[in-house]
Design a binder for this molecule. Sequence first.
Ligand code: NAD
Length: 242
Amino acid sequence: MLLENKIAVVTGAGTGIGKAAAMKLAGEGATACLLGRTAGTLEAVKDAIEASGGKASAYVCDVTDETQVRATVGAILCDHGRIDILVNNAGMSREQPFLEMTVETFDAIMTTNLRSVMLMLKAVLPSMAERKSGNVVNIGSGAAIRGLPGSAAYSVSKAGVVALTQALGDELRPQGIRLNVICPGPVDTELFQKSERRQFILAAGGDVFDTETVANGILFLASDQSKGMSSQTLVMRGFNRW
Ligand SMILES: NC(=O)c1ccc[n+]([C@@H]2O[C@H](COP(=O)([O-])OP(=O)(O)OC[C@H]3O[C@@H](n4cnc5c(N)ncnc54)[C@H](O)[C@@H]3O)[C@@H](O)[C@H]2O)c1
């Protein structure tokens, strides 16, 4: 067990990568605190974790809402005493050629993918700094490394997550907090299945990961298996092109 007695918060934990990550961390002994907007989906993940002998709590929280984020983090600290691991995974994608993209779309993607990460960090990091211990894994994207045509806003938001990780990783190193970011290529989740680029990517040779592989990367960064590693980007791709 790599995460015995750890308290791990995962945002967007009801589906896809977040669900796989929550199950993986709980399988290694962590108590998984599941954040998402839909109670029923979170309860289903909680039930699945408990059915396999793990521990989990569900918290309905829209991570774009500062008041909800602060209240939820407060509730977790009250229920569990501390947060050892934070996985900022919640995100959205809406593909639109830039000439058709509305300012509202840009704002919605930035709010969900980048501003929410900042809100979660503002709420969680003070308690980690106080304890001089903490581990944050942010979920970026391959689109952060190489801007994805048709997904300008998404690419920019994820590049922001990488820069935020690097800046804070160095800034909070003296406080004993590690921050790293995973940039996966396409992962076989609903987000990818709905993507207009799915056929193009599949035709270009696959390079599609399953959620379990990304969850393994999250476990690596969230555990002492990556002890000492901070401010880094783990790119999970099958080859180096779109
Ligand atoms: N699937 C891919 O190809 C891929 C590739 C690289 C990165 N990512 C990133 O991985 C992360 C997880 O995506 P996924 O592929 O599992 O897709 P997904 O749509 O299954 O998961 C995203 C989750 O975030 C939740 N969420 C969205 N907005 C939220 C909000 N405001 N408050 C709380 N929860 C919210 C959704 O409800 C959902 O459960 C995202 O950040 C995504 O950008 C995905």
